[in-house]
Design a protein around this ligand. Structure first.
Ligand code: E4P
Length: 217
């Protein structure tokens, strides 16, 4: 399963990339606002750090406006994936951009039927939001299972990008289901390394090593 970082904070992206943990990045208008940075500048900076797909979201709601913004965004770098909302205009833009060789990420997916439409429109990625689904009393992972089944039934090439990931259990469940990608805040990705027995083991080894009075090198 590929790991994308769901952030526009450069230091966090660099940190994960240096550890070899990053296959791509996703941003959205809220994350850009949180970064306090200029949208086009920060996306360009991220694209220079990460080789994989970097999702940058258009904000126009009509087809012509989306295409106008996509034209600007896709010129930033070859690894930009234009992020589009799951609406008819968004799907139209998805088809046009895909046909033109641009990566697309159809976002704000909350049903398997929506995911089916995005695949038919040729989306590179579909982003079902599991956390926001959980928030309103559904099991977001049921949605991922349904999409996996449907995409496999028809051999759709669209990759399932599990979004709105809030904790390590979401990551584990997504991997078990066979999602292609998950995107999570850097803090959640870093949480994956934590295990109390790892910490306890390091502590015990350090204590025993200190008793030897030795140093390495
Ligand atoms: C995905 O592309 C979105 O940017 C993101 O995962 C949304 O997560 P949230 O529901 O925690 O805001």
């Amino acid at each position: 399963m590929k790991f994308f970082a769901d952030t526009a904070i450069i230091d966090d992206i660099r940190d994960l990339a240096d550890a070899g943990l990053l296959d791509g990045v996703t941003t959205n208008p809220s994350l850009i606002a949180k970064s306090g940075r200029n949208f086009l500048e920060v996306v360009a900076e991220i694209c220079a750090i990460v080789e994989g797909p970097v999702s940058a979201e258009v904000v126009a709601l009509d087809y012509a406006g989306m295409m106008r913004e996509a034209e600007i965004v896709r010129k930033i770098a070859d690894n930009v994936a234009v992020k589009l909302p799951l609406t008819i205009d968004g799907l139209k833009a998805c088809k046009a951009l895909t046909d033109d060789g641009t990566m697309t990420n159809v976002t704000l997916c909350f049903s398997a039927n929506q995911a089916l439409l995005a695949a038919k429109a040729g989306a590179t990625f579909i982003s079902p939001f599991v956390g926001r689904h959980d928030d309103i009393g559904f099991d977001g992972m049921d949605l991922i299972e349904d999409i996996r089944l449907i995409y496999d039934n028809y051999d759709f090439a669209t990759e399932i990008l599990v979004a709105s990931v809030r904790h390590p259990v979401h990551v584990l469940q997504a991997a078990k289901i066979g999602a292609d990608v998950m995107t999570a805040p850097p803090a959640v990705i870093k949480q994956l390394v934590k295990h109390p027995l790892t910490d306890k083991g390091i502590e015990a080894f350090m204590a025993d090593w200190a008793k030897t009075g030795q140093t390495i090198g």
